[in-house]
Design a protein around this ligand. Structure first.
Ligand code: XMP
Length: 510
């Protein structure tokens, strides 16, 4: 396995993912972990990520230089390369000018790092740095250069230490995959044991050992990929000692509850169905504040779920679909970000119900979960389903949530989904949905004046929901969506398109 030490780069997670794509397990740890912890992890290789700091900053993150004497191969990337150079006696120059974008590198020497590549050819790489290495530490030689940096890549003459100023983990570096492959296999000698079929086998076995025969596990199914895959893995391990609960909060999309139940039954899960719509809607009566709505929905969910769980004897565990990006303790310089919106999942449940957690997806990235989903036979519809917020349509009905407004939004939203699917846009975007505004405007239909609601259409593209941009949909598609909503959904006479990016707007309107 390969250890990635994170120095705060935006692309640290990508490094780990690229290594895993080579079927080698890779884990990210914050840069400040101790040498002992690193040794205990027993990595076959260590990668130092990039990062925003400068090695000359007083509080910039460093590592114990003894790391380079463990005999474990180390690859420094960008800041990682500068740090390696700095700690081992090279010279790094501060530079206020950033080198950003494509550069052409020329390979200078044969090296196991360059296996399969040619010394006679130039290759495109992606640079993004301001400081740069000006003099190599003793014992090091340059193995690649660009017009701008004589030390684009360097290595120690005897020890297995390698460094690159550019970013091999991003797709713009055409030889990135080759370099990482060479590091992992030629230099570290890893073997390909991290595959999704073996992950499934290992996980199912672990769960079946961990849960004793008299114990039961409960989980909340939402119909999304994470909770579904979690449930399926646990179900494989312990069969019907898994109780899966599907709560209808009355805030779901058109036909969603029926559809999810049918899909789950097709997968052999037989979820317990709880229709709590009226309770949720009752509690939301008169509530306008977005955070209060979220809070009420979160608390009501916990209450309903807990009550249901108590009907079953012997429940000791709660299974949850937590993914790796949520558990990485990274060396982030962004600091704890302010709470913008309180996200509602099943947080708070385990303590309240005194349940132990099992989180079979804790080690996985989303693309790995998708692979497992495919192996477990989940339909494309679930695997590539767009994210849908826990509080459901409540955060897409601005102001008070009422049954009438839910009915309007459901119809409008169904038209958006239908048209996005029909035009092949649905799976190309991050999310596409309708929002019901608490505003009425004047219109004319036939010869009559109307005074009806406005629907906003929100379609965004994004990698991770942290940032997003609105999608430039073709006008004729927008026209079709708008025409259909105004003609088919009673109570709506105007449709607008949201052209704000995140930040400063957010994806959802509340
Ligand atoms: P925002 O609106 O903050 O949304 O830009 C970012 C992403 O998160 C989804 N979202 C939620 N997901 N529970 C969830 O599981 C929630 O309470 C919640 N609120 C927002 C949103 O749909 C988008 O993909």
């Amino acid at each position: 396995k390969i250890l990635v030490l994170d120095f705060g780069s935006q692309t640290t997670q990508l490094i780990a993912r690229r290594i895993r794509e080579l079927s080698v397990y890779s884990e990210i740890k914050a840069c400040f972990v101790s040498l002992k912890e690193i040794k205990d992890f027993q990595p076959k290789g260590i990668i130092l990520s990039g990062g925003p700091a400068s090695v000359y900053d007083e509080d910039s993150p460093k590592v114990d230089p003894a790391l380079f004497d463990l005999g474990i191969p180390v690859l420094g990337i960008c800041y990682g390369a500068q740090l390696m150079s700095y700690l081992l006696g090279g010279r790094v120059e501060r530079s206020l000018k950033r080198e950003f974008g494509f550069a052409e590198i020329e390979l200078l020497k044969d090296s196991p790092f360059f296996k399969g590549l040619s010394l006679d050819q130039k290759y495109q790489v992606w640079m993004s740095h301001s400081d740069r290495v000006e003099a190599l530490p003793p014992g090091f030689v340059a193995i690649a250069r660009t017009n701008n940096s004589p030390y684009a890549a360097f290595t120690h003459e005897e020890k297995p230490l390698f460094a690159v100023q550019f970013h091999p983990e991003v797709v713009h570096t055409e030889i990135g995959k080759d370099l990482l492959r060479n590091f992992v296999f030629e230099i570290c000698g890893c073997s390909q044991t991290w595959t999704m079929p073996s992950f499934i086998e290992k996980t199912v076995e672990e769960i079946s050992i961990k849960i004793k025969p008299e114990e039961k596990v409960i989980c909340a199914l939402s119909g999304g990929i994470d909770s579904t895959v979690t449930a399926l893995l646990v179900h494989r391990a312990i069969g019907d000692r898994l109780i899966s609960v599907f709560v209808n909060n009355g805030l779901l999309r058109k036909g969603e509850a029926e559809e999810v139940l049918a899909l789950m039954e097709g997968l052999g899960l037989k979820p317990v169905y709880v229709d709590a719509s009226s309770l949720f809607l009752e509690r939301l009566k008169g509530v306008v504040d977005p955070e209060l709505k979220r809070k009420i929905i979160g608390e009501t969910f916990i209450e309903v779920f807990e009550k249901k769980a108590q009907e079953f004897k012997g429940v000791k565990y709660l299974a949850q679909g937590t993914l790796y990006p949520d558990v990485i303790e990274s060396c982030s310089f962004r600091g704890p970000s302010a709470r913008i919106k309180s996200h509602h999942n099943v947080g708070g449940l385990p303590e309240k119900m005194q349940l132990k957690l099992i989180e079979p997806l804790r080690e996985l990235f989303k693309d790995e979960v998708r692979k497992i989903a495919e192996l477990l036979g989940l339909p494309k519809k679930i695997i590539w389903r767009q994210p849908f917020p826990g509080p459901g349509l409540a955060v897409r009905i601005l102001g008070e949530v009422t049954t009438d407004k839910l009915a309007i939004l459901r119809e409008a939203d169904a038209i958006v989904i239908e048209e996005m699917l029909a035009s092949n846009w649905y799976y190309k975007v991050w999310q596409s949905f309708a929002v019901l505004l608490p505003v009425r405007t004047v219109g004319v239909m036939g010869d009559a004046r109307t005074y009806d609601y406005v629907i906003a259409i929100r379609v965004v593209e994004s990698q991770d929901a942290m940032t997003a941009d609105w999608v430039r949909l073709p006008y004729d598609l927008l026209a079709r969506i708008s025409n259909r909503i105004i003609n088919e959904v009673a109570g709506v006479n105007r449709v607008v398109y949201d052209i704000s990016s995140k930040p400063p707007a957010t994806i959802e309107w509340e």
